[in-house]
Design a protein around this ligand. Sequence first.
Ligand code: 5GP
Ligand code: ZN
Length: 114
Amino acid sequence: MDNCIFCKIIAGELPGKVVYEDPMVVAVEDIDPQAPHHYLIFPRKHLPTTLDLTEGDDQLVGHVFRVAAKLARDHGFAERGFRVVNNCNEGAGQSVWHIHFHLLGGRDLSWPPG
Ligand code: 5GP
Ligand code: ZN
């Protein structure tokens, strides 16, 4: 998708610190980390928001959570605890219109979120 920063990272047209990739998803370090570990997991397929998911994406979303668990284990913060967050639309803080899941860990995370 034109002018989508995550599509451009996937295409190698923008730099990104890739920590994981496979045929379905890519994970990068967030450019403005909110925790000692803050990764963004997004599908290679351009979907603007969670509202655009269809039944055919069920496996994709499940896969995202398995990748999150793998990254948390591989980077040593799984046992302490971590959070997977998807912000949908502006009122929830979404700022990049290519669906993505934040993986945050490496510190205690308060609840409820802001
Ligand atoms: P949202 O606000 O849409 O839930 O999350 C977007 C995230 O993308 C933010 O945490 C922001 O720091 C991150 N971000 C924005 N631009 C870039 C970029 O060019 N590269 C990377 N790696 N992260 C970005
Ligand atoms: Zn995109």
